[in-house]
Design a protein around this ligand. Structure first.
Ligand SMILES: NC(=O)c1ccc[n+]([C@@H]2O[C@H](COP(=O)([O-])OP(=O)(O)OC[C@H]3O[C@@H](n4cnc5c(N)ncnc54)[C@H](OP(=O)(O)O)[C@@H]3O)[C@@H](O)[C@H]2O)c1
Length: 336
């Protein structure tokens, strides 16, 4: 256990340059770049590395840390490590942070540790709060739709999370447009502050454009925070010349391995990298800027293994404008 008294003096200019976007029509603003805890906050990452990541993020205006009950390894460990960091360094900054967590994927054995039942969601939220050492999270998400549980039950559990004071807002993750619209209607009737969707979206993965989520979120005035905006690192310069020893594919291939690095993908990435260079950006910067260019994405939820990556990602905000020709070329490369 760490002493809760350790000091950390955040950069006094941390709010000077970050862009903050409102999550839909809500009152909550999120930084245009947020930090995800899916990787690099489990028990295979040194604590000093986690510390440097969160300090770099917060020192540069990233006020939003995104977690889930099952982030690890082992599941739960990312919340525990986040809890240690918050207790040790952010005691006086809790009100400057938006902490989110989720439940929906398998978390514990048996029929009550998975999917979308009221029983699972509310027990999981209690467990998350304990690991995080918090009284409440700012956003509690249902992690993915569960067709076996009535939507009314899952949404009722989210309502209870807010009513009990354990979550300030709720969000839905991995829902499609029509299902989200049905859920939104139930939550509206229950007066639940449903403010944001969390979905995968990047230059190469356009699912939210095809399943109605992006347009429905915009139409209903709900926010959209996009996960894997760099396709786990593939949409950066990381793998242009092979597999670096310190990359996700080399050291933590649970969700990304070398089978992703096809010749077709490599050619797409090379062409995107050339376009980014013409724009005076790194590929990571261009990939994030592209997500933010039409004003329909509240925040890009990027991961990082190194502080410099966070700084590079924030650099995306310097130029989020694209010409029609550039947008057409990006679409053409992505569609190959
Ligand atoms: N709701 C859901 O179902 C769901 C699912 C997945 C993720 N998420 C959320 O989304 C967050 C982000 O996911 P992700 O980590 O896959 O996102 P990502 O931003 O697409 O990938 C992050 C990885 O890309 C590399 N990278 C980041 N910035 C870079 C830069 N500037 N230059 C070169 N490489 C860079 C790093 O890989 P290396 O490790 O190789 O350096 C980093 O770990 C998660 O932490 C989680 O909060 C949600």
């Amino acid at each position: 256990m760490f002493e809760p008294t350790a000091t950390y003096s955040p950069n006094p200019h941390r709010y000077d340059t970050m862009t903050y976007n409102r999550a839909g029509n809500s009152g909550l603003k999120l930084p245009a770049v947020s930090l995800g805890f899916w990787h690099n906050f489990g028990d295979i990452t040194p604590f000093e590395q986690m510390k440097s990541l969160v300090f770099t993020a917060f020192d540069n205006g990233i006020t939003h840390f995104d977690l889930a009950n099952n982030y690890g390894p082992e599941p739960g460990q990312a919340e525990k490590n986040c809890g240690l960091l918050l207790a040790k360094y952010f005691k006086h900054h809790r009100d400057e942070l938006v902490i989110s967590t989720k439940a929906g994927y398998e978390m514990w054995a048996g029929p009550y540790g998975d999917l979308g039942s009221r029983k699972y969601l509310l027990a999981s939220l209690d467990q998350s709060l304990e690991r995080l050492g918090l009284d409440y999270v700012d956003i509690f998400y249902h992690h993915h739709p569960d067709p076996e549980t009535p939507l009314e039950e899952t949404m009722g559990a989210l309502a209870q999370a807010v009513d009990s004071g354990k979550a300030l807002y709720v969000g839905l993750s991995n829902y499609d447009g029509p299902t989200m619209e049905k859920a939104a209607a139930i939550l509206k009737e229950l007066h639940v502050p449903f403010i944001i969707n969390q979905n995968k979206y990047n230059i190469l993965d356009r699912t939210v454009e095809h399943n109605g989520l992006k347009e429905t979120a915009y139409k209903l005035g709900k926010g959209l925070i996009t996960f894997c905006p760099l396709e786990q690192g593939l949409l950066t310069n990381r793998y242009l010349n092979g597999i670096p020893a310190d990359s996700r594919i080399a050291h933590d291939p649970r969700f990304l391995n070398d089978s992703a690095l096809t010749d077709k993908l490599h050619k797409q990435v090379v062409d995107l990298n050339n376009l980014a260079a013409e724009r005076g950006q790194s590929l990571a910067e261009m990939s994030l800027a592209w997500l933010l260019h039409d004003g329909k994405v509240t925040s890009v939820l990027a991961g990082a293994s190194k502080p410099q990556q966070i700084l590079d990602n924030i650099g995306a905000l310097k130029n989020t404008h694209f010409s029609d020709e550039e947008l057409k070329l990006i679409d053409e490369i992505a569609a190959r």
